[in-house]
Design a protein around this ligand. Structure first.
Ligand code: ZN
Length: 506
């Protein structure tokens, strides 16, 4: 990209790095010759090391509108009809499918380990939910998001515990953004009710605002789901209204957690043992349960860091894979879990090395976080891969192009250089701001010292879609102060300040 010296000076003073010749260089660029040419805003030709994730090669990805229209080695996409006149970026990095987070409690992402952490090693999920510290944090969440149940008395002294005062939109956006800047483009957030305001960042894929035209994902964060839920879900499996059911099961290490598998299997005459079902956690499962899951096509979502934090152990992933169970990944939440999905990938890799003798390759881990995640949410025909016809949910990360899957595992919001959701530039290096559809509507964001651009606000979007990051972070930050004053519980607990989107230095 060429800018006049005046433009460069403006950018220098505002956000970007420029050198005296007027040529811009990416702050973290692996090579200084990364090319950038602004052309058509609805067509983007990316060059770099492509991870599909089934194979990796130096090549190109062409995006037209919301879809991928070419993926090929070398410069073969130059010949595609949509290539001439497209915006072009020689990324100098790794181009990967957007990560699919299959387990998060997104409205809890405004908390971190300062707000609650496990006080000991538990045996099942019923042992920590009654702890005073957890209950106090839960009350804050109920108040801020105006949950239908569980609002504490002090909430009435705040503006939040009402339909108009609710910060549910801001909380969901915070969680979506926390994932987005780390390359995550779809999140199972278990947010409960949906809202149009959820639709401007990563896909809250288990809501109607997922940008897919319909929500065919059902979830159950509590165990066991009711018999009525099982009957309803299985009926919707049959008529196609639901193609993914995600349920917490087997969370813990004792017999109570193990027995959840039999309990789930008995619901609805066993109809939930189906290829649409994914069990979240499964830490208690042995070879019998894993074999039975495989025989019914039931998948597993793995959250190793959260499991280790709460229970001192995690699911038997080598056993699950040997049995034929497909495994996906999710960080669960930040109170003992990871900040984002790549951080969870790194924990998974370290756990595999120390406990399972390195049974998982970097590609295995990337497949879990992309193609397998897409299968878990019933979207394996259009998400989780770089392939022609798939939605252009993808990201670029700077790192070792000779080991591109490992570069994905090591991604951080600082090294993630570009994120597209449905072909729309939402986050990336400031250097590439003009690749966005409306660059002036994007905001500058400093991420661990790296100048980034965030395209979050939908001008005139209404329903809080027009909020900027500044709007959202200010509202949430103020809310934590208000909550601390309103609680005045004398228990020493406080929730301000709002945690950062990312903790730097890792
Ligand atoms: Zn969970």
């Amino acid at each position: 990209m060429f800018r006049s010296p005046v433009g460069c000076l403006f950018l220098l003073s505002a956000f970007a790095a420029c050198n005296p010749t007027g040529n811009e260089t990416a702050p973290d660029a692996g090579s200084a010759d990364a090319g950038f040419t602004v052309g058509a805003k609805d067509r983007l030709l990316l060059q770099g090391t492509v991870v599909t994730p089934w194979e990796a090669f130096d090549g190109q990805v062409l995006v037209e509108g919301s879809r991928i229209t070419c993926v090929a080695p070398g410069s073969a996409c130059e010949e595609a009809p949509g290539a001439p006149g497209a915006t072009r970026i020689d990324t100098g990095g790794v181009i990967a499918p957007g990560l699919v987070d299959t387990h998060n409690h997104i409205l809890f992402d405004v908390f971190d380990g300062d707000d609650w952490t496990p006080s000991r090693t538990y045996r099942n999920h019923n042992e920590w939910t009654s702890e005073p510290g957890y209950q106090a944090m839960l009350e804050v969440k109920h108040c801020l998001s105006d949950d239908s149940q569980g609002k504490p008395g002090w909430c009435a002294q705040t503006p939040y515990g009402t339909a108009t005062g609710s910060l549910r939109c801001e909380m969901d956006k915070f969680g979506e953004l926390k994932g987005l800047i780390a390359g995550t483009t779809s999140i199972v957030g278990l947010a409960g009710t949906s809202g149009a305001c959820f639709g401007s960042l990563a896909r809250s894929i288990d809501t109607g605002a997922n940008g897919l035209g319909s929500d065919r994902v059902r979830t159950s964060a509590l165990f066991p789901p009711s018999a009525a839920t099982a009957t309803s879900v299985c009926g919707a499996f049959a008529d196609g209204g639901v193609n993914a059911f995600l349920v917490h099961c087997g969370e813990g290490t004792d017999v109570a957690a193990l027995n959840e598998y039999a309990t789930l299997g008995a619901l609805g005459a066993g109809c939930l043992k189906a290829p649409q079902t994914t069990l979240t956690h499964g830490t208690a499962f042995g070879s019998n349960e894993l074999s039975d899951m495989a025989s019914h096509g039931v998948r597993l979502t793995w959250s190793p860091r959260s499991n280790a934090s709460l229970y001192g152990d995690t699911a038997n992933i080598p056993g699950a894979r040997a049995a034929g169970v497909q495994v996906a990944l999710g960080p669960d939440w930040s109170m003992g879990g990871s900040q984002n999905l790549p951080e969870e990938l790194r924990f998974a890799q370290a756990w595999d090395t120390s406990h399972w003798n390195g049974s998982l390759t970097p590609q295995d881990l990337v497949v879990m976080a992309t193609a397998n995640g897409a299968a878990v949410v019933g979207q394996s025909q259009q998400l989780g891969q770089l392939a022609v016809g798939f939605l252009a949910d993808l990201f670029v990360v700077r790192g070792d192009r000779q080991n591109p899957n490992q570069a994905i595992v090591e991604a951080t919001p600082r090294t993630v250089a570009l994120v597209l959701v449905g072909g729309v530039v939402q986050y990336g290096d400031e250097l590439w701001r003009d690749a966005a559809a409306s660059p002036d509507d994007c905001e500058a964001l400093d991420v661990c010292g790296s100048p980034k651009v965030l395209c979050m606000a939908v001008p005139d979007g209404g329903a809080k879609l027009s909020q900027t990051w500044t709007d959202v972070s200010t509202a949430l930050g103020n809310a934590m102060d208000v909550v601390d004053t309103a609680r005045d519980a004398g228990d020493g607990r406080h929730y301000a300040p709002l945690p950062p989107l990312v903790t730097c230095g890792y």
